[in-house]
Design a protein around this ligand. Sequence first.
Ligand code: PMP
Length: 395
Amino acid sequence: MFTHATGSHLHDHEGRRYLDFFAGAGTLNYGHNPPVLKDALLSYLKGDGITHSLDLFTAARTELLTALQTYVLNPRGLDYRVQFPGPTGTNSVEAALKVARKATGRSTVVAFTGAFHGMSLGSLAVTGSAAKRAGAGLPLTGTHRIPYEGFGGGAFDGPALLESMIRSDNSGLDLPAAVIVETVQGEGGVNVASPQWLGELSDLCRRHGIVLIVDDVQMGCGRTGPFFSFETASIVPDVVCLSKAVSGYGLPMALTLIRPELDVWAPGEHNGTFRGHNLAFVTGAAALREYWQDSTLEKETLRHGELVAAGLEEIAAAHPDSGARIRGRGLVWGLEFADPTAAHRVNQEAFARGLLVETSGAVGEVVKLLPPLTVSDDELAEGLALLGEAVTAAL
Ligand code: PMP
């Protein structure tokens, strides 16, 4: 039973300390209770700042929007309308899918093998996992599935396949409204798309007037290095889904960024009670001011990513018979074994040693590492050493 947490550590009721390389599934990018964000929140609460406001204009909302414009959108030359679609990642995805369908007047959305986009019906329809989709209890329609990069051992070229299907009048695929993609599939097993593959996908969408939605719910807010995960591929999506780390404090908030021409919403057409979560706006604005005024965090994330890659390579090399493979970008990394049950045991052995890691992939076959972006070199070294011990014990 966990009682409190700071930085990269959680503490339980018996006084044990755990290194947290799970970070709220990519929500706590700045660690637990980052002091600057906590101070901003406490002073807002003390001053009787507004907590709940639906979609009224409030000072906190204005502050968040201004910080997003100043530190994120303007420096990157990005022009998006910002929608508050509801507090969770799946709310952002639902808004993205709806607006793409409304703006184009078309219904089919292209999604990828291995994708995860959330648990509400629209998001489930574009999610890959059979087990998750089965929970819907009704047919999930309006989706056309294409192989993600690397699927099936890399035997398929998804963008080329999609292009030829769109060009053919006999393929059975009507022109899609949108393509929805993760640049790195977090839940799907840390599958990394190359900049080239993403570029081809983006070009295809441009050629055919298809709305390109990047679901950056897990990989956004610096997880892969830059604020947006798609920056490395030099693409500009039409719609971007953000959530998880956007409040920087674990407070629920989601944003859907929409290219202005696609903002076809009628007033109130996509609404929700908890879109005006001002406490999340306060910490979100503080996070952008604290971490995104310059490229320090981005550079540190990339440097730390190299340390993780080297550490994982060492672990894999120490177990040549395990078929261990590693993949990742920035500070999201996956370690997969030939035996698909091994990751779960590694996870348990790591927990017993005071390290929290997650599993991901179709059957939980990948150990996933998501340390806070604010992790120190020492903490990373300690976590990798614990993971190495856990792998030895599990195998
Ligand atoms: N999209 C992606 C890429 C995600 O990783 C997740 C959550 N794991 C979601 C959407 C859904 O977010 P939420 O659980 O907040 O609805």
